[in-house]
Design a protein around this ligand. Structure first.
Ligand code: SAM
Length: 204
């Protein structure tokens, strides 16, 4: 997976490649899908949700330009795979999921795998997690109609956010950079994510 799908494309950050080598993706899907766990595609994780394609996980992580001192907020815990990749690289990960059953299952798995630098919250991630803000980086792993104002507010200065934005079925991966009183938006590529459902996202 790492050699052909990631390093063989445009994933060059050694920290990202090392994290992708370390985290066992098969543990984040049902046993019946283990034979497909290292294929280059999303897979179902229950509750109508998906674990993202490995390339997209690596690309979004690389876009955030992470280092060991960073604190990162992730919106959309899902299977926990992206949270584990982040936790391999940064100091602390805060992750929010709106579906309680997914959050609980994932918290148990990540504790089982030995991660101690991830905090879990159930709720509407479009509103962020004010208590621990500001965050050096924010990663949204569901498709949003626009940048949720609360997330921009909780982003550190300087800070970076990666977010799929656009329609309910097709989006553009954007990197939002906050610096002083300026907010810059940079287009990375087209992508397809499940919708970000919430007060500052899509209606249910
Ligand atoms: N990061 C996940 C992973 O590694 O498996 C990707 C999960 S999936 C593509 C997106 C997740 O976002 C789903 O689990 C969905 O329930 C969640 N989600 C959608 N809207 C949300 C919101 N407003 N707040 C928190 N989670 C949300």
């Amino acid at each position: 997976m790492v050699v052909t799908q990631l390093a063989g494309r445009d994933i060059t950050d050694p920290k990202v490649l090392q994290a992708m080598r370390t985290v066992p993706r098969h543990r984040f899907v049902d046993r019946s899908l283990w034979s497909q766990a290292y294929d280059d595609r999303p897979l179902p994780i229950g509750q109508g949700q998906t674990i993202s394609q490995p390339y997209m996980v690596a690309l979004m992580t690389q876009c955030l330009e992470l280092s060991g001192d960073k604190r990162v907020l992730e919106i959309g815990t899902g299977s926990g795979y992206q949270a584990a990749i982040l936790a391999e690289i940064v100091r602390e990960v805060f992750t929010i999921e709106r579906i309680p059953e997914l959050s609980q299952r994932t918290e148990n798995l990540l504790k089982d795998l030995g991660y101690q630098n991830i905090r879990f919250e159930v709720g509407d991630g479009t509103l962020g997690w004010d208590e621990f803000s500001p965050y050096d980086r924010i990663l949204v792993t569901a498709g949003a109609p626009d940048v949720p104002a609360s997330l921009l507010e909780q982003l550190n200065d300087p800070g970076k956010m990666a977010i799929p934005m656009g329609g309910a079925y097709y989006q553009n991966l954007m990197v939002i950079e906050k610096k002083g009183d300026k907010v810059k938006k940079h287009h990375v590529c087209g992508c397809t994510f499940v919708p970000l459902v919430g007060e500052q996202g899509w209606e249910e």
